[in-house]
Design a protein around this ligand. Sequence first.
Ligand SMILES: Nc1ncnc2c1ncn2[C@@H]1O[C@H](COP(=O)(O)OP(=O)(O)OP(=O)(O)O)[C@@H](O)[C@H]1O
Length: 292
Amino acid sequence: MTTTVEIEAVLRVEDLAKRYGAKPVLAGCTFELYAGQVTALVGANGAGKTTLLTVLSGLLAPDGGTVVACGRVALVAQDRPLYDHLSARDMLRMARHLNLVWDEDRATRWLRRFHVPPNRLCGRLSTGQRTQVALAVALGRVPDVLLLDEPLANLDPLVRNEVMAELLTEAAETEMALLMSTHVVAELGGVADNLLVLTHGTITLAGQIDDLLANHRFYVGPRSASPPTGTVVRETHSEQQSTFLVTLETEPDETPDDAENEWVVRPATVKDIVVAHLANAREVAWHDRAHA
Ligand SMILES: Nc1ncnc2c1ncn2[C@@H]1O[C@H](COP(=O)(O)OP(=O)(O)OP(=O)(O)O)[C@@H](O)[C@H]1O
């Protein structure tokens, strides 16, 4: 007998829409975030990631749809807004006064862990150190949902790994759901549980990363119009050869090569899947522009 473990959704987003003036930026966004899980939000520049995170944080009102959060939501914004004339320690002190729920230990531990000088003015901290102060303030608020807008962008590769490892521990230990926008797709393996791809303001791919890896395959074979199976996500052709990235209904057999049909089957990475979706989205945009 198999037992299905129900994972609790701590944030539910349904049919979310946002416009800036007359310009629609988000439309029909529907997804959930789960306790203790990390979800990566990926999309082209201008796709609407920052807007989506800002709406989820409550700082920006949506024009349609609903966001239901079970608990506190904290956002670390892209520009890490801090008061430059306050020290890191004063930033925490101010956050303690502004928040009904505040975990001083958790916040100061983070600053210590990443060697941020507590008495230096925020205006004199490096960009990476400012990120650490913003993360300390967000974690000190004991969020049930932590939203991070490109949290790793200004960190060196070593610190990036350390920050991600610490955030994963925090998420697991406190059942905190984490949603982070990122362009560093190659680093998502072993980090994110779920993936959301945002294309021109709409979620075009959502799922558990393990499932996405299991049901995407490359089929490489002699030049042809279609692959032997699956739904085509993206195709490229040379004179002799065709390559299809497909989604499969069921997992393929263990045997990777389909010798009979001369097709070579190989697995796709998260980066392959994301890049294919982004490339498709860009082509659709070019096509729409050309025919406008
Ligand atoms: N305050 C604003 N007023 C009007 N338009 C805006 C505003 N903020 C963002 N936009 C526009 O909305 C769209 C989505 O922007 P957003 O910053 O959410 O995208 P993004 O996916 O976070 O981009 P990036 O990856 O470059 O950070 C863009 O076309 C942007 O120019």
